[in-house]
Design a protein around this ligand. Structure first.
Ligand code: ADP
Ligand code: MG
Length: 140
């Protein structure tokens, strides 16, 4: 068990419904700590940069359009096995397949509007954290 940081995004479908607190209580109750946080409204170009690993996928343009359609909350979660723990709390990509009690099952609206993002590996967490945060913004 390693103490890790991971990037979490609360997506526009959730800020629109005013449910960011209902989501973040899940992370805190599972033992993850929010050590950096900010609300942003990404441009389409910024969304495309963030999701560039998906640029060949059929859903890329629609995903980037959606991610820049309203505010998001970017945050760093810190704790034991934070990368995997966050993915467990989030649930599967498609809310219809996510386990009961996960954020995506309980709040997700569709495979695209699935409420939260979480880094999928330690390496990607480092890259994604540095996309959104500088060292000065991280209170460990
Ligand atoms: P995850 O967010 O679970 O890591 P992916 O990295 O595969 O999933 O996809 C990134 C995001 O793209 C998803 O969270 C979702 O918002 C969107 N997405 C994934 N697959 C589809 C799809 N088949 N149709 C529409 N949007 C999708
Ligand atoms: Mg992913």
């Amino acid at each position: 068990m390693f103490m890790q940081k991971t990037l979490s995004l609360i997506k526009p479908d959730a800020t629109e419904r005013n449910i960011t607190g209902s989501i973040n209580i899940r992370f805190e109750q599972a033992g993850l700590r929010i050590i950096a946080q900010k609300r942003l409204w990404l441009t389409k170009t910024q969304s495309e940069q963030f999701y560039k690993i998906h640029k060949e996928r059929a859903f890329y343009d629609s995903l980037c359009e959606y991610m820049s359609s309203g505010p998001i909350v970017a945050q760093i979660l810190y704790g034991k096995n934070a990368v995997a723990k966050n993915r467990e709390i989030m649930g599967a990509t498609n809310p219809a397949n996510a386990e009961i009690g996960t954020v995506r099952r309980d709040f997700g609206q569709s495979i695209e509007r699935n409420t939260v993002h979480g880094s999928d590996s330690f390496e990607n967490a480092e890259i994604e954290i540095s996309f959104f945060f500088s060292l000065l913004e991280i209170i460990e």
